[in-house]
Design a binder for this molecule. Structure first.
Ligand SMILES: Cc1ncc(COP(=O)(O)O)c(C=O)c1O
Length: 459
């Protein structure tokens, strides 16, 4: 039996350390990882000893991603209610494949999907909880492929793609790499796409949108991973719809803008799409892993992903596995439901708006510090929660990013933006406070000036 009290002490100690430890793991912690590199034991081990070893070696070797000063990639923290719910769900050990295997998991998944559609003001009738946005894109695109080919009398689920009528696919020039991966998994080809030129913030240019003469899959992006910019859906979706195309939206983090009145304008027109992707492990802060696919019409999703075995059909109740790429799966709906319930609509709006304000604070401080912010700053505000900054040449920026990561007050990653190297700050955690931003900004500016003074190589 596990000593849950001991486990709680360890978890509490870890959470309490987040404020004082380096955001990156210390060198000694990384070196200690080699202690885990043992042969598979012959004999059983005591669970308490295993957990003690895991805590001793594992906890220091984490990235402090659930703290307030981790700004890498687009990584949310974990809201307390979501963390607790996930613990309970792990103790329950449920398989969320079917209602009969876990009534609570099946029910909470359905409720969570409905609540997300409502919070984001999207006319979704169903969807799926999957591992992340990559698989949510896969899921939405699978429904798109099923629908467009069925309209031409081709059942892709049973006949496959060999000999099928070709489906054109339209993406923006700054489409996220995971969308290409999803397209390739579906046999649609990651490079077999019509790529629409974009502006300096990565938005598709409506004037450059192709004239479509047949139904296509048109992939829009709500929130560019570097700039936070949104494709102009109000102009693009009517263009796509005039050819009977299916519009899929990758809004891995940007879709949450719809929940905050001050940012909802960014989502104007997106409710006219057919399928939407977002992540619960990004801005909702529901913990890893959970992507969300929402569908205007969930029927083609079932046609595409149904698992046709007699023993897997059980009454009229929604069976999650018939709407997802997986069969057996963890109970993702539990932490998502808890996260949404703990925030409410007001808390969700505050979370989104607060992160955007923090991002604007970063942009302002960096500009005042003499550095160039590469994404749009209008009236001291950035589009969303992403900030990109250059510290000079590629070599200078690379050297400064490495020094900031090493110094450890905060953690930010590097990126390439339209030919330039930049540092990217993504403010996505509920745990980030104004003090975290001030402290991080001070460290970034100090380290940047020191690094440049020491003579990082010019171009
Ligand atoms: C726009 C966009 N799409 C897709 C993804 C992939 O998300 P995931 O890692 O959850 O699959 C990301 C990740 O940052 C993203 O920003």
């Amino acid at each position: 039996m596990i000593d849950f009290d001991d486990l709680a002490v360890r978890a509490r100690r870890y959470q309490a350390s987040l404020d004082t430890r380096l955001v990156r793991p210390a060198d000694a912690a990384l070196a200690a990882l080699q202690r885990l590199d043992q042969p598979l034991p012959q004999a059983p081990s005591n669970p308490a000893a295993i957990l003690a070893e895991l805590d001793e070696i594992g906890s220091p070797a984490t990235m402090a991603a659930t703290g307030g000063r981790y700004f890498g990639f687009v990584t949310g923290g974990v809201l307390p209610a979501a963390l607790g719910a996930d613990w309970l769900a792990a103790a329950w050990g449920q398989n969320a494949a079917m209602d009969v295997m876990s009534p609570i998991a099946a029910r909470l998944e359905e409720i969570a999907l409905r609540w997300i559609g409502e919070a984001l003001h999207l006319p979704a009738t169903g969807g799926a909880l999957v591992t992340g946005a990559t698989m949510a894109n896969f899921t939405g695109l699978a429904a798109a492929r099923e629908t467009l080919l069925a309209r031409q009398g081709w059942n892709v689920s049973s006949q496959g793609l060999f000999g099928a009528p070709p489906i054109p696919v339209v993406v923006g020039g700054e489409v996220h790499a995971s969308m290409r991966k999803a397209l390739s998994l579906l046999g649609l080809g990651k490079d077999r796409v019509i790529q629409v030129p974009v502006d300096g913030q990565g938005r598709m240019r409506p004037g450059a949108f192709p004239t479509l003469t047949e139904p296509a899959i048109v992939c829009l992006q709500a929130g560019n991973v570097n700039t936070g910019a949104f494709d102009p859906a109000l102009e693009l979706i009517p263009l796509a719809k005039s050819s009977g195309s299916w519009v899929h939206v990758d809004g891995a983090f940007g879709l949450w803008a719809a929940a905050a009145p001050a940012r909802a304008h960014l989502m104007a027109g997106y409710d006219q799409a057919d399928s939407w992707t977002t992540d619960a492990h990004k801005w909702l802060n529901a913990g890893y892993d959970c992507g969300i696919a929402l569908l205007r019409d969930a029927a083609p999703l079932r046609d595409a992903l149904d698992v046709p075995a007699a023993y897997l059909s059980h009454g009229a109740q929604r069976q999650p596995m018939h709407y997802t790429p997986e069969s057996s799966r963890r109970a993702r709906g539990v932490p998502v439901w808890a996260a949404l319930k703990s925030l409410g609509k007001q808390g969700l709006a505050d979370l989104v708006e607060r992160c955007c304000r923090h991002a604007a604070h970063f942009a302002e401080g960096l500009t005042q510090g003499g550095f160039e912010v590469l994404n749009d700053v209008v009236l001291n505000d950035v589009v969303l929660n992403q900030v990109m900054v250059s510290f000079g040449t590629t070599e200078q920026t690379t050297a400064v990013i490495a020094a900031i990561q090493r110094e450890g007050t905060c953690w930010c990653g590097s990126t390439q933006w339209q030919g330039r190297t930049a540092m990217r700050i993504s403010v996505s955690s509920w745990a980030t406070t104004s003090e975290d931003v001030t402290r991080s900004l001070e460290a970034i500016l100090r380290v940047a000036h020191q690094t440049l003074e020491q003579g990082a190589p010019p171009s």
